[in-house]
Write a protein that binds this ligand. Structure first.
Ligand SMILES: [Fe+2]
Ligand SMILES: [Fe+2]
Length: 195
């Protein structure tokens, strides 16, 4: 397949970052609303958990860790150097923040005292952390990856990404684009409604 900007492996990940950033923005809005005392349907919080569990950790980060970073290692990028060490460490930090979100959502759902503020804190931390993480990848990691990967390498990595999406089931990307759209719609309605 002839390589274009659309089929560059790193462009695929950048497009996924745009989707992730949309959801991070929704998370920040929900955090603010919780702090203002709005009662948030646990189902909305479950959508964040689902998005992070399946799309971010289960697919996007797997593409980076098991396909892109492996390809970069094979091209001689040092394992302990910035382009690989930085995002791998950040993925571990992100996992810990996500675990906190799961715990706080459970507490909120159970009606525990302080559950709402714990969820707000977890959402805000996760949102600001991943906003910085995606920036680091877009501006530090992927440009370096583009220097090391030949057009054939990009093509090969792109095909592996597509295969992983197919393994996740038909319409995998569409499902999460729709989820993000729905979350944006939900929080936009709050902004225009009277509390
Ligand atoms: Fe990442
Ligand atoms: Fe990423």
């Amino acid at each position: 397949m002839p390589i274009t900007l659309d089929t560059m492996a790193t462009s695929t990940l950048e497009r996924e970052h745009s989707l992730i950033l949309e959801v991070l923005t929704c998370m920040a809005v929900v955090a603010d609303e919780l702090d203002r005392g709005r009662s948030i349907e646990p189902d909305v919080l479950d959508q964040f958990v689902e998005f992070f569990r399946v799309f971010v950790e289960g697919a996007h980060i797997r593409k980076e860790e098991t396909i892109l970073f492996t390809a970069l290692e094979k091209k001689g990028v040092p394992v302990n150097g910035c382009p690989l060490d930085l995002p791998r460490n950040e993925h571990l930090q992100g996992q810990a923040l996500f675990a906190d979100l799961i715990d706080s959502v459970s507490a909120y759902r159970a009606g525990e005292k302080g559950g709402a503020s714990a969820v707000a804190r977890s959402l805000r931390r996760l949102a600001s952390f991943y906003a910085l993480h995606t920036w680091n990848e877009d501006h530090l990691v992927f440009p370096i990856a583009n220097k090391f990967l030949s057009p054939d390498d990009q093509d090969n990595v792109y095909e592996q990404f597509a295969a992983m999406d197919s393994e996740n089931g038909a319409g995998f990307q569409v499902r999460f684009r729709n989820m993000a759209r729905e979350l944006v719609r939900t929080v936009s309605n709050w902004k225009t409604s009277v509390r």
